[in-house]
Ligand binder design. Structure first.
Ligand code: CP
Ligand code: NVA
Length: 304
């Protein structure tokens, strides 16, 4: 049994397979072909934080595969009243086939997984958001081919999304250039080595964006960090993706954002709603790539 708790839990070969499968599943759906290998299977989804995309993409994807998805907001379950996560994992994993968890510390999902009889997927923690970056790379490669050797410029917070880009850079062999204000530098939590060929940090967003193939950003106040809102809004004022910043990257560069976006804060409307933006494909591809992951974790590799 496998879990998907961090981006590095799958190998490069596995991602290659998953992307091929995601493209097949996307094509089947577009063609109106019913493909329901998971009839009778149940996905439990535990949300300790808000969500639009993650909930809809998992729930719709599971239904399309013939299974059922069960939404649980932790505040409406006994988890919200202090039931230990280990006990919740024991119980839920005896009644369902696969579980997605969105929570706070990575250690919570790890404890859940240790006590689960079924595969567990990370739907976002404070530290990582693996499903997001899988969809992001799939989206880039769908249009522009392999991401290997390319440059990704991250403008903004060193958060769950950028930390996942970092793990992806090592696996897919591209370079991550991160620009953030002083005091918000990336801390590597996975004990892996990231050389200068894979990762460099900058203060100046224009230096990070120079010649990049992908420019990407995220909210400056992630869920769970609301108490820091005032300070962060001030600190991140100069870390907005503008048309000028996109021009520094070049006309072939694409813009990605995991969403939800805050126009006029981390990105200007002209960029996110402009011709270089792939954000709607990116959001849709959450569903196709996650379907491939669910299928893989439950049924293994599908031949042909
Ligand atoms: N990108 C993302 O995970 O969006 P949600 O918070 O809406 O799920
Ligand atoms: N970094 C953001 C991502 C939201 C999808 C957060 O954790 O709130």
């Amino acid at each position: 049994m496998r879990h998907y708790l961090q981006f590095k839990d799958f190998s490069h070969d596995e991602y290659k397979y998953l992307f091929k499968r995601a493209a097949v599943l996307k094509q089947k759906l577009r063609a109106g072909e019913l493909y329901q290998p998971l009839v009778g299977r149940v996905l439990a989804m535990i949300f300790e934080k808000s969500s639009t995309r993650t909930r809809v993409s998992f729930e719709a994807g599971m239904a399309q595969l013939g299974g059922h998805a069960m939404f649980m907001a932790s505040k409406d379950t006994q988890l919200g009243r202090g039931e230990p996560i280990e006990d919740v994992a024991q119980v839920i994993s005896r009644m369902t086939d696969i579980v997605m968890v969105r929570t706070f510390e990575q250690s919570i999902i790890e404890r859940f997984a240790e006590n689960s009889r079924v595969p567990v997927i990370n739907g976002l923690t404070n530290e990582y958001h693996p499903c997001q970056i899988m969809a992001d790379i799939f989206t880039y490669e769908e249009r522009h081919g392999s991401i290997e050797g390319k440059t990704v410029a991250w403008i903004g917070d060193s958060n769950n999304v950028s930390r996942t880009w970092l793990q992806a850079a090592k696996i897919f062999n591209f370079k991550l250039k991160l620009a953030c204000p002083s005091g918000y530098e990336m801390t590597v939590l996975d004990g892996l080595e990231y050389g200068k060929d894979i990762f460099e940090q900058y203060r100046n967003p224009f230096e990070a964006a120079h010649g990049a193939d992908i420019v990407t950003t995220d909210v400056s106040v992630s869920m769970g960090y609301e108490r820091e809102t005032l300070q962060r809004k001030k600190d991140f004022l100069n870390y907005r993706v503008t048309e000028k910043l996109m021009a520094e990257a070049g006309k072939d560069a694409v813009f990605l954002h995991c969403l939800p976006a805050h126009r006029g804060e981390e990105v200007d409307p002209e960029v996110i709603d402009g011709p270089q933006s792939l954000v709607w494909d990116e959001a849709e591809n959450r569903m196709h790539t996650q379907k491939a992951v669910i299928e893989y974790l439950l049924l293994g590799e599908i031949k042909g």
